[in-house]
Design a protein around this ligand. Structure first.
Ligand SMILES: [Zn+2]
Ligand SMILES: [Zn+2]
Length: 394
């Protein structure tokens, strides 16, 4: 057996050895779902685990109460794995971030087991608020990736994919203000904020025919009035605007805002727009790293689609996109048995099953082996960095 094979075996054995502990961590987070920026229980459980494993742990890192940074090993290269652990309102861990959390712990432990002292440093970054809030955007801005050579994370879903088709997103809240009036006795005295929000949706719906197939706009009315006999003086809505990249997102945003403003003008209402402080970008999937992950998954019995097919999978958005513009990065998806897709109660239940746990550890092995390639195999990290520089330079 060659040296690299022995290192890989150690990594996989270590992940198997901690499976029962990781299962407890995963279920503890799953049973205590916390939404964006409120992940105090998960933060406590994960940092406690890492500290017990010998990591140097910084809690509340980078000015975010529920972020953390945990470091082990010595010297370069420095490879980071990301943990997410926020849930969704009302439906718990319907995106399976409890599994993402333990995939980061497992991959870090696996990489460390495969390294000799002085061969490199493993960083585990706890990134809060992926489901609205964009924790990783702040990690990037506040220097979490300085001195880090590459970053990786995994995400559960209905299927496996080494590449992630990620589109840029910016979220906005709108509020229309008009004037109350008796809807039957004196409607001419009213300024109807419900009409304004309905016209905003109709405007966006008319716009749809003239936007690119890769553009997406979707909204919900969050306040629509109180009683039919009171002309509403206040309504509000949340919209997500998505496009293939940041440049196309700016173009689309301007057109969508035109629909919102037109509705205000037509009804005589005033309009307030509150954009999220940051947009998140599309993703530069590092092909060297994604290719390595795909090859390792094959040895673990999972065939992932080719890049060409993988990049045609339905697109979503993630703050990992911003990370991918800061350093070489990947965000593979791994399949778990589930009756329905992410963000459904069926997926919440699926994220707690023993089968999902096994698949998480298998993917974490793929990520750990990809990390060992970056640490130990000559030229792999250099190629990943070269590719990153060339593509980001475009
Ligand atoms: Zn999600
Ligand atoms: Zn998610």
């Amino acid at each position: 057996m060659s040296d690299i094979d022995a290192r890989r075996r150690k990594a996989k054995e270590r992940i198997d050895a901690i499976s029962a502990d990781l299962r407890q961590v995963s279920l503890s987070i799953h049973e205590n779902p916390e939404t964006n920026w409120q992940e105090h229980h998960a933060h406590k459980v994960l940092t406690g685990y890492l500290e017990a494993e010998g990591f140097h742990v910084e809690r509340g890192a980078f000015g975010m109460e529920t972020a953390f940074r945990a470091v082990a090993g010595q010297g370069g290269p420095v490879i980071a794995v990301m943990c997410e652990y926020d849930a969704l309102p009302g439906i718990g861990h319907a995106c399976g971030h409890n599994l993402i959390a333990i995939s980061g712990l497992a991959a870090a432990a696996g990489m460390l087991a495969g390294l000799e002292p002085g061969e490199g440093t493993v960083v585990v970054l706890g990134s809060p608020a992926e489901e609205g809030g964009h924790g990783k955007v702040y990690l990037v801005e506040r220097g979490a990736f300085e001195g880090v050579d590459a970053a990786m994370m995994l995400h559960p879903g209905p299927g496996d994919n080494a590449w992630a088709n990620v589109v840029a997103i910016h979220e906005v809240k709108l509020e229309y203000r008009g004037r109350n009036a008796h809807a039957a006795a004196a409607p001419w005295e009213g300024v109807n904020a419900l009409d304004a929000v309905v016209m905003a949706f109709n405007g966006v719906n008319a716009l749809r025919q003239q936007i690119k197939p890769t553009d997406k706009v979707h909204g919900v009315i969050t306040h629509g009035g109180l009683r039919p006999n009171i002309i509403p003086d206040f309504t509000s809505a949340d919209f997500y605007v998505r496009a293939r990249n940041m440049a196309e997102l700016e173009v689309l945003k301007e057109r969508v805002v035109g629909c919102f403003e037109g509705a205000a003008m037509a009804t005589g209402c005033s309009l307030t727009l509150a954009w999220e402080p940051r947009a998140t970008s599309d993703m530069l999937n590092n092909d060297i790293m994604a290719g390595a992950y795909a090859e390792h998954m094959m040895t673990l019995g999972v065939r992932t689609p080719s890049k060409e097919r993988g990049m045609r999978y339905p697109a979503g958005s993630t703050d990992m996109g911003n990370v991918s513009y800061a350093l070489p990065a990947i965000h593979p998806h791994f399949g778990i048995p589930t009756p329905s897709g992410n963000h459904t109660p069926g997926f919440t239940a699926a994220a707690a099953t023993p089968e999902a746990h096994e698949n998480t550890l298998r993917a974490a092995k793929g990520m750990a082996l990809t990390g060992l390639d970056l640490f130990l195999r000559e030229g792999v990290l250099e190629s990943a960095v070269k590719e990153f520089r060339e593509r980001r330079g475009k």
